[in-house]
Each structure stands twice: as structure tokens, then as C-alpha cells.
Ligand binder design. Structure first.
Ligand SMILES: [Zn+2]
Length: 482
């Protein structure tokens, strides 16, 4: 089955190449901002001219038409942005030849997408959070640049070649991709360079023909409960400990944040502290991604069906709006903000949304199923033995004790067993409506072959990510936590 898959490697650039990488990413940002300024100028000019024409006594429709014609067209699309740029680039950016023209193109492409996203979102054609009008890209963000034409190659297992930048050494072996290119099972379509906390990465977008083995136990169903105290508990009783990457680094982050606030704005020391903080965040993100990939790969290669909960992350991490205190005007009742903050951190650490995303494509690779239990399924309150549910179960109760059949079990293990039972019911009965899982089905998924992270349990490199949406079974409506 052909899938779109991204392979990410850390680069090991020479000083010259490092500045060339920065220059390309900077050029992309420049093009984005240049295009956005042009769009804004034209829109503003239209408005001014329209008002002017109306003052002269023109009708509304007439004034708008005249203003649009006089101000010139607004370059909404990649094509029109490029056309405007090619007309003036020699004059307004005589240095443009220093970078590959792909760098500017990538900035215009990002802008055109942002503009389209804004209009689609406003017109209701786009699902998800509303998108605002694009804003200028500040310096010091996450510089990146995408190449889609020219020489984009994986030379051998330690070198890649990019347009204008030439041959660059990688910090890690590119075998995961280069072997497949040699074998003819992967074709490189594009490359994106990106800086993260001072390190440069390249991500190759590829079309890959995958032949994944079926799971070791294709008939087996496993329930997975994402816990607060453990990272995950399986219905088999297997335990995955919480890496708690943020908790481990929370003190260091707090110290760095304090340090940052004491530093003078614009000073070198402040920049240095900020860089330290960014590296800390990047390390946490890498750790978290690594743990999740290990867990999901292990599940997908072992089991035919994985059942997870539909956790509405947004609801779990939100605080109730503070209510006014009737006895003390001007004050508010406690809304449990502080208590929730601790819980939130753990939930966000475990990133259930990302777990679901990874499982949905990995299960499809191995021919398995992902079952997402209905949001209202009482996986924690139900007894996994006699199926009777408790009315309440506080979060602090770590052990489930059933008053009907006398079952005593770890709370999360009990929940995982309920989930497995849920999956068995819905798969065997086949009664659940099949729905497409994952809104971002067409998105690129990035793998992390991670020289920076410890190797997987079997000591081999991972190849993760695809664009194949997977069929999932749900009892009722799909949640947003895709
Ligand atoms: Zn019971």
C-alpha cells in the first residue's frame, strides 16, 4: 500500500552550510512577510479609494469596482504572489540570488495557504478552530524552508543533497530512508529544513510502498488506559511508566523562567537564557514523542485491535469559570485552578490526542483496528468482572474495590479491562457505525529516527507516520480529540 511518509534526520552542517541554512530559512520568512505586506497594502489602498469615491458621490458598487481596479489585484494565490515578486525582486531584493528560488517560493506557499485557511475558516469550509488573518513572522520563531524541485537526494546513509545547499552530512544514519530509495520502495518528493533550538533538521516527504507484517496476535484485543500516575496500563496488566518529562524538568524550567524575567530586554544574557529554555522545551518534546512512538509501535505490532478512550483533552484541562461569591461581593469562589494545574500537566504530558493519532495510522499499517470508546463509556467506574458500575469514584482512589463481587484491582488496570471488553463487544457484534478516524488523515506524519533519543526497546530505528486514515469503530458520535 503506497503511503505518504516523512523521514526526519538531524543535520550536521559545517559553519558555512549552517549560515546558508539560516539564510534560506530567513529568505523564506522574508518572502512571507513581503507578500503579506503587499496584500495588506493593496487591501488598505482599496478601502481608502473606496471611501474617496463615495465622497465624490459614487454609488457603493461603483466605488468598490473603481477602487479594486485602481489599487490593483490583491495577490491571494501562490501564482499571483510569485508573479508580483518576479516583477520587483531585482529592485527590492537585489541579493535574492544568494538563495535558491525555492526559498522564496516556500514563503509564498506558506502565505497562500494561510490566506486560504483564513477564508475557508471564515466561510465555514474549514473544520476546527477558527483561523485568523495571517500575521507577520517574527524573527526567532522556528525558521524553515521547503524544497520541492531541484536536486533533493539521500546520497548514502550519512549524507543528503539539497538544492543550492549541496551535500550535507547528517548526525544520524539515514538508512531507514536510503535503503528504501535503493530498493525502489520510496521516492523523495520534497525536503523541509527546520531549525529547532539551535539544531537543524531535514524532513523528507516521500511516497513509500509499505509492506508491514501483520500483528503478532492479530486476533488479540487490548485495552489501553492513559493514566495520571502511569503513562499507560494495558488490559493484560502490562504497565508503562510515566516518563514525566516535564515534571523532571519543571524545576529547571521554573529557574530559567525566573532568570529570564530578571534579564534586561534585548541583552545578550537574556538571549542566552532564552536559548537554554528553548533547548529544555525541545528536549521535553523529544522525550515525549519518543515514549509515545515506542508504546504505539509496540501495540500495533503485537495486537490486532487496540481500544482507547475518547479523552476530550480540552475539557479535562479546562477550568470552570470562576463564580461570584454571593456572601463576599467582588470576590470569587474557588474554582480548583491550583488543584487542576497539577492534573493538567500530567494529562498534557501524556498527550492522549497524539497517542490516538499515532495509533490510527500504525494500526492501519499492520492491518489492525483502532476502537475509540464512546466518551461517556464509564471505563473507570465499571467493574470489569461483574459489570456493575459505581455511582462515583474519586480521582484519588487508586484501587478499585467492587462491593458486588469483591474484585480488588488497580484502578487503571480495571479501566483498561473494561475498554478491552468494550472493543470485543463492538467488534464481534459489528454493530458500531464505522467512521473515518482522524481529521488530519491527509497530513504528513513525521518520524523521528532520533540520534538524540535513546533507541527503541528492540534497538532498531523506527519508521513512523503516514497519511492513511484508519477505520475506527465507535459506539456513537466521534469526538474532536482526533
Ligand atoms: Zn464487581
Amino acid at each position: 500500500m503506497p503511503v505518504y511518509q516523512a523521514f526526519r534526520f538531524e543535520l550536521d552542517p559545517s559553519t558555512t552550510t549552517r549560515s546558508a541554512l539560516g539564510s534560506h530559512a530567513g529568505a523564506s520568512r522574508f518572502a512571507y512577510n513581503w507578500g503579506l505586506a503587499l496584500v495588506k497594502d493593496r487591501l488598505e489602498a482599496r478601502q481608502v479609494l473606496e471611501v474617496l469615491a463615495m465622497r465624490q458621490g459614487a454609488g457603493a458598487g461603483e466605488a468598490r469596482a473603481w477602487a479594486a481596479e485602481t489599487a490593483g489585484p490583491v495577490p491571494w494565490t501562490l501564482y499571483s504572489l510569485r508573479k508580483e515578486w518576479n516583477r520587483v525582486k531585482d529592485e527590492s531584493a537585489p541579493w535574492w540570488r544568494e538563495n535558491s528560488k525555492e526559498a522564496y517560493n516556500s514563503g509564498f506557499d506558506a502565505l497562500a495557504r494561510a490566506l486560504k485557511g483564513y477564508f475557508d475558516s471564515r466561510g465555514g469550509a474549514r473544520a476546527g478552530k477558527p483561523m485568523g488573518f495571517p500575521s507577520f513572522k517574527k524573527k526567532g520563531g522556528r525558521p524553515s524552508c521547503r524544497f520541492s524541485t531541484g536536486v533533493i537526494r539521500v546520497l548514502d546513509d550519512r549524507h543528503v543533497q539539497l538544492p543550492r545547499l549541496g551535500v550535507i552530512r547528517t548526525k544520524e544514519h539515514t538508512t531507514a530512508l536510503s535503503d528504501q530509495v535503493v530498493a525502489g520502495t520510496a521516492r523523495v518528493l520534497s525536503a523541509t529544513i527546520k531549525e529547532e533550538a539551535g539544531r537543524w533538521f531535514v524532513s523528507f516527504g516521500c511516497k513509500v510502498v509499505r509492506r508491514d507484517p501483520v500483528a503478532t496476535y492479530p486476533e488479540a484485543i487490548v485495552g489501553v488506559d492513559l493514566g495520571v500516575h502511569h503513562f499507560a496500563v494495558l488490559s493484560t496488566g502490562e504497565l508503562f511508566e510515566n516518563p514525566r518529562p516535564i515534571s523532571q524538568r519543571a524545576r529547571r524550567m521554573a529557574r530559567l523562567n525566573r532568570e529570564l524575567s530578571r534579564r534586561q530586554k534585548g541583552s545578550k544574557r537574556r538571549a542566552r537564557t532564552r536559548a537554554k529554555l528553548t533547548r529544555c522545551h525541545a528536549r521535553v518534546a523529544n522525550l515525549r514523542r519518543d515514549t509515545l512512538h515506542k508504546l504505539t509501535t509496540q501495540l500495533a505490532t503485537a495486537y490486532g485491535t487496540v481500544v482507547i478512550e475518547d479523552l476530550a483533552v480540552k475539557n479535562m484541562t479546562a477550568c470552570p469559570r470562576p463564580k461570584a461569591d454571593p456572601e463576599n461581593p467582588g470576590h470569587h469562589l474557588l474554582n480548583g485552578h491550583a488543584a487542576k494545574a497539577g492534573l493538567n500537566r500530567s494529562i498534557l504530558d501524556a498527550s492522549p490526542g497524539e497517542l490516538r493519532r499515532q495509533l490510527s495510522y500504525k494500526m492501519s499499517w499492520h492491518g489492525g483496528h483502532l476502537v475509540v470508546a464512546d466518551r461517556w463509556f464509564p471505563s473507570s467506574k465499571k467493574c470489569s468482572s461483574c459489570k456493575k458500575a459505581k455511582a462515583t469514584l474519586s480521582l484519588s482512589t487508586r484501587t478499585y474495590r467492587c462491593e458486588h463481587c469483591g474484585l480488588v484491582l488497580d484502578r487503571d488496570h480495571n479501566a483498561a479491562r473494561n475498554l478491552a471488553a468494550y472493543g470485543r463487544e463492538h467488534l464481534v457484534a459489528g454493530s458500531g457505525p464505522e467512521t473515518q478516524n482522524g481529521r488530519r488523515g491527509d497530513a504528513w506524519c513525521t518520524s523521528d529516527t532520533g540520534a538524540h533519543s535513546p533507541k527503541g526497546p528492540r534497538g532498531r530505528k523506527r519508521q513512523d507516520g503516514s497519511g492513511q486514515p484508519v477505520k475506527a469503530v465507535t459506539a456513537s458520535s466521534q469526538g474532536e480529540a482526533a
